[in-house]
Design a binder for this molecule. Structure first.
Ligand code: C2E
Ligand code: MG
Ligand code: MG
Length: 659
């Protein structure tokens, strides 16, 4: 009687016993039953009265149509029989009865209960008793049974067990109507309650989630932009402020000041009182400075003992710094002792001509601070104009490099490395060139320094490695098999994910063996912690790639690098080679390096071999591998094949060769 689908609740379920055997009539009965069920559902669901009235009207008009169909059929078969007339009267009575219910003054609830009781009983009786009787009689007549006999036959058929069944049906369907409506109502109420509950819960949950999200957001904002120790902004916070100031249009030139501050001797406070007291001092100082900050001033702590002040009115800088100095000098009492603090500062003013973003201005202020620390600790310095110009130029150059990379303006020249005695080519070194649309061909000295400590350096570095592999593949296809040395900045090597990136590049060139790539590490002084660098090198060597230390001998602790870094080759800095012909000291250094390479079993390549004499000297000292103008200048990759065909070593170099 009911189903998961609430609309399947039926006050009058259809039953095969209701079939009369006359298809047209049965179909119409089913429609009547469907309308009745719909009516009950509407009533139970307390839908609008208007709907209920409409459905009841629909029922009445369909009933009228149905009665007419029936009566036409009976008339055509049974003629003017008494039973046909009775049947017609029964139909008329139905309308009268319904009208009575509609105009009743009794309470609605009761009227409706009675109405449904009537409708179900009536429909059941109408179909089971009246229509079936008519249909059976009609069928008998059709079989040629005379009318009186047919009536008797049908009486017999509808008596006994069948009549018991009919009364049982009437009884059951009558009761069913009341209890089904009750059930429907309960179910409706439950559905509504569930709906409300769900709505309520959803609202509550949504509200709670929203609250939580905004709490989180606030917390995140706080964490992202503030310094938990002092409650001031952190670096991100002040950068955000600087950016928002920079976005204001009509800022007068140099009207805003950014001050970078470093506490003097904070390390000593830390050592003397311990971290906890030192932290407390930072908190107290932050509080004092916040109190004396001029209007339009913002204070941030960007790291340990470094603060930044952003002042919207740069004319107040001097006064502000004096006040801050006085407040810092007022003694702080820490564990019974009193300490006063001093600081050094660098000031950058903005906006100014040239590229100007928050990071640049911060860097400029830092730079002025750095100078101030060297020149007049305890004081402050403004960024000077030439420094500012240089920094702006660097920004322009960086932008230019970025464009150059995107427009393919960079390319790699290659310079051979050979065994001077045998003439064997042991590889080539890739050297970057910039075919600048305005400046013409630029060598690295014109643009690499600007990239120092800049992420673009890594982008270029990756491009160089990839390009070197591409070139090896091209040469291979021409039957020219060369190993390539690629220069790599120490900073790039230590970039997180370097090994994975390298692996990706190697995977793109499955036909070029990784062993053919040699990474020449530059600026070894920038390698930082050697065991970390060493583990990166080991991982890369695991992939097959080899390493050299470039410009060996120039770094101040070459020996420790040599001991700790698992590199195969040392490249002697060209300065020593160049000087060796005239300078005894350089010869001694060369000898020393050659001795070291033997002791540590590293291959040695001399750079800057400009003349035959340089080569001869190196050979006499025991260094046989070389690179330099005497062998070849760096060249376009297309020229390498022809050069190789032409190349043979000098007789002076090959004499004494024992191959
Ligand atoms: P490096 O790695 O020591 O490269 C050798 C430099 O010496 C090259 O200068 C080369 O042209 C030059 N050279 C070669 N033989 C002689 C010679 O006989 N006499 C003299 N005077 N010079 C010689 P280049 O190409 O201007 O490169 C300069 C530096 O730029 C390189 O020094 C390297 O440190 C850096 N570099 C070059 N290409 C790249 C690159 O792709 N990535 C990175 N990160 N740095 C690179
Ligand atoms: Mg090199
Ligand atoms: Mg070098």
């Amino acid at each position: 009687m009911f189903d998961a689908d609430s609309t399947a609740f039926e006050i009058f379920p259809w039953n095969r016993n209701f079939e009369t055997g006359i298809e047209k009539i049965d179909d119409q009965h089913k429609v009547l039953v469907e309308i009745l069920n719909r009516l009950a559902w509407h009533f139970a669901s307390s839908a609008s009265e208007l709907d209920f009235g409409h459905i009841l009207d629909e029922l009445l008009s369909y009933a009228a149509y149905h009665f007419k169909t029936e009566e036409d059929i009976w008339k055509s078969v049974l003629g003017q029989e008494e039973m046909v007339k009775n049947h017609h009267d029964g139909h008329q009575l139905f309308f009268v009865q319904i009208q009575m219910y509609r105009s009743s003054n009794e309470p609605e609830e009761k009227v409706m209960g009675d109405l449904f009781d009537y409708l179900t009983r009536w429909l059941a009786f109408h179909i089971l008793e009246s229509d079936r009787r008519m249909a059976l009689t009609a069928k008998a007549l059709e079989r040629g049974v005379p009318m009186s006999e047919a009536k008797r036959e049908v009486d017999g058929q509808l008596s006994g067990s069948v009549s018991v069944m009919v009364s049982a049906f009437l009884e059951i369907y009558g009761k069913l109507s009341a209890s089904t409506i009750q059930l429907m109502r309960e179910k409706m109420a439950r559905l509504r309650a569930e709906d409300e509950l769900a709505g309520l819960q959803r609202e509550k949950i949504d509200a709670a989630l929203e609250r939580q999200a905004s709490d989180h957001e606030r917390q995140l904002q706080f964490l992202a932009y503030s310094d938990p120790l002092t409650g001031l902004m952190n670096r991100n916070g002040i950068v955000r402020e600087i950016r928002s100031v920079m976005q204001q249009s009509h800022l007068e030139a140099e009207s805003v000041a950014l001050v970078s501050i470093d506490l003097d001797n904070f390390g000593k406070v830390n050592a003397r009182f311990g971290e906890e007291y030192a932290d407390r001092l930072l908190g107290l100082l932050a509080k004092r400075w916040s109190d004396v900050l001029a209007q339009g001033g913002q204070l941030a702590r960007i790291s340990g003992d470094e603060f930044v002040v952003l002042l919207l009115d740069s004319r107040k800088v001097e006064a502000q710094l004096h006040t801050m100095r006085l407040t810092a000098e007022q003694p702080f009492v820490l564990s019974g002792d009193s300490v006063s603090m001093g600081f050094t500062a660098g000031v950058a003013l903005f906006p100014h001509d040239g590229a100007c973003d928050a990071d640049t201005v911060l860097r400029q202020a830092d730079h002025a601070l750095f100078r101030a620390k060297q020149e007049q600790k305890g004081g402050w310095l403004f960024v000077d104009a030439s420094e500012q110009r240089q920094s702006a130029e660097r920004q322009l150059l960086l932008a230019d490099i970025r464009t150059g990379l995107a427009d393919n303006q960079f390319w790699l020249a290659y310079q051979p490395k050979v065994n001077m005695r045998s003439g064997e080519i042991i590889g080539v070194e890739a050297l970057i060139r910039w075919d600048h649309p305005v400046e013409g061909m630029l060598s690295p000295i014109h643009f690499l320094p600007a990239l120092e400590h800049h992420p673009l350096n890594i982008e270029i570095g990756e491009w160089v490695i990839e390009e070197a592999f591409r070139q090896m593949a091209v040469w291979d296809s021409e039957g020219l098999h060369l190993d390539v040395g690629v220069n790599i900045a120490a900073m790039h090597l230590q970039q997180p994910g370097f090994v994975e990136k390298l692996e990706e590049i190697l995977a793109r060139y499955p036909h070029v063996a990784p062993q053919r790539l040699d990474l020449e590490i530059l600026e070894t002084a920038g390698l930082g912690e050697l065991d970390k660098a060493s583990s990166i090198i080991c991982s890369c060597e695991g992939l097959g790639v080899t390493f050299s230390l470039d410009d060996f001998g120039t770094g101040y602790s070459s020996l420790s690098y040599l001991k700790q870094l698992p590199v195969k080759t040392l490249k002697i800095d060209q300065g020593f080679v160049r000087g060796a012909l005239s300078n005894e000291d350089d010869i001694s250094i060369l000898k020393g390096i050659i001795g070291l390479s033997h002791a540590f079993d590293r291959k040695l390549v001399a750079e800057g071999v400009e003349t035959r004499e340089h080569g001869e000297l190196l050979i006499s000292l025991g260094c046989y591998y070389a690179q330099g103008y005497a062998i070849s200048r760096p060249m376009e990759p297309e020229k390498m094949g022809a050069w190789k065909d032409e190349w043979k070593t000098y007789p002076e170099w090959s004499s004494g060769e024992k191959i």
